[in-house]
Design a protein around this ligand. Structure first.
Ligand code: NAP
Ligand code: GCO
Length: 261
């Protein structure tokens, strides 16, 4: 049955930075598809908040304190996960930050911080989980890319550089480990209503109407819009899809924008 190929039954999925937002929605989808969920956050109180939120949603998860930019902490955490939960079958590099600052006003330290979390983080975590995936004979890595993997805009130079790099890291992991049956793909969400974009969605914010005019769907995306695509890329249904960035953007990348009336 073709629908069986979308099942994640018996799989261990590690979703970074999934205490809330997109990662939380992906975790819910994966549980419904049969997976066991592991997530991390940078402080114990945030992990505890995440565990409580999952429990409220009726989901048992395993939470770990780990900063994705800290290679030693990541390696230790992956070892702990493998011992306490199981070998990671699916890695979702979801953790990410954005700093909206005009480039000429952005310090090199602020630029580096975004690159560190959004690009070095996925490199560090992928490097930590790939060896066991190779031993196990399969693995799925899904990187949270962005419209900014393809387009620029004012004030997001660091974020666009990181997400553009993440698109190419995705293609490189595909190239380097596809022969070991590892599929590494990206999800490129459009503009999604989460805490990360809350500042852009306040009532009357010009960006709010701008995004709606640039999106054929005429609306902001929701985290639910990403659940099906995330299950597809984590499942056997996508075993011959590799190095692909699946844009879930309501059509933004295909559209020049609403013509002036
Ligand atoms: P969000 O609401 O800001 O959540 C980001 C998550 O990442 C939080 O749980 C955060 O934990 C965690 N995190 C940040 N830095 C971390 C670190 N160093 N180590 C571990 N965890 C860390 O973001 P979102 O909107 O859900 O977006 C999730 C991903 O999708 C990001 O990569 C983002 O760039 C990408 N994306 C978002 C959109 C959108 O429109 N929302 C569109 C395209 C792509 P804390 O609680 O500690 O901050
Ligand atoms: C911004 C937004 C975007 C979204 C997303 C779009 O300030 O432009 O935060 O970058 O987060 O990445 O795909």
């Amino acid at each position: 049955m073709i629908l069986d190929s979308f099942s994640l039954k018996g799989k261990v999925a590690f979703i970074t930075g999934a205490s809330y937002g997109i990662g939380f929605a992906i975790a819910k989808a994966y549980v419904e598809a049969g997976a066991k969920i592991v997530f991390n956050d940078i402080k114990q109180d945030l992990v505890d908040k995440g565990l409580a939120a999952y429990e409220e949603a009726g989901i048992k998860t395993h939470g770990y304190v780990c900063d994705v930019t800290d290679e030693n902490a990541v390696n230790e955490t992956v070892k702990k996960i493998e011992k306490e939960v199981g070998v990671i079958d699916i890695l979702v590099n979801n953790a990410g930050i954005i700093r909206r600052i005009p480039m000429l006003e952005m310090s090199a330290a602020e630029f580096r911080q975004v690159i560190d979390v959004d690009l070095n983080g996925p490199f560090i975590v992928s490097k930590a989980v790939i060896p066991s995936m190779i031993k196990k004979g399969h693995g799925k890595i899904i990187n949270l890319c962005s419209m900014m993997s393809e387009l620029g805009r004012e004030t997001v130079s660091a974020y666009a550089a990181a997400k553009g790099g993440l698109k190419m890291l995705t293609r490189n992991i595909c190239s380097e480990y596809g022969a070991q049956n590892i599929q590494c793909n990206g999800i490129g969400p459009g503009y999604i209503a989460t805490p990360q974009t809350a500042p852009l969605r306040v009532d009357g914010h010009p960006f709010n109407s701008f995004i709606i005019s640039k999106t054929p769907a005429g609306r902001w995306g929701t985290t639910e819009d990403l659940m099906g695509p995330a299950v597809f890329l984590a499942s056997d249904a996508s075993n011959f899809v590799n190095g692909h960035i699946l844009y879930v953007d309501g059509g933004i990348l295909a559209y020049i924008g609403k013509q002036p009336s």
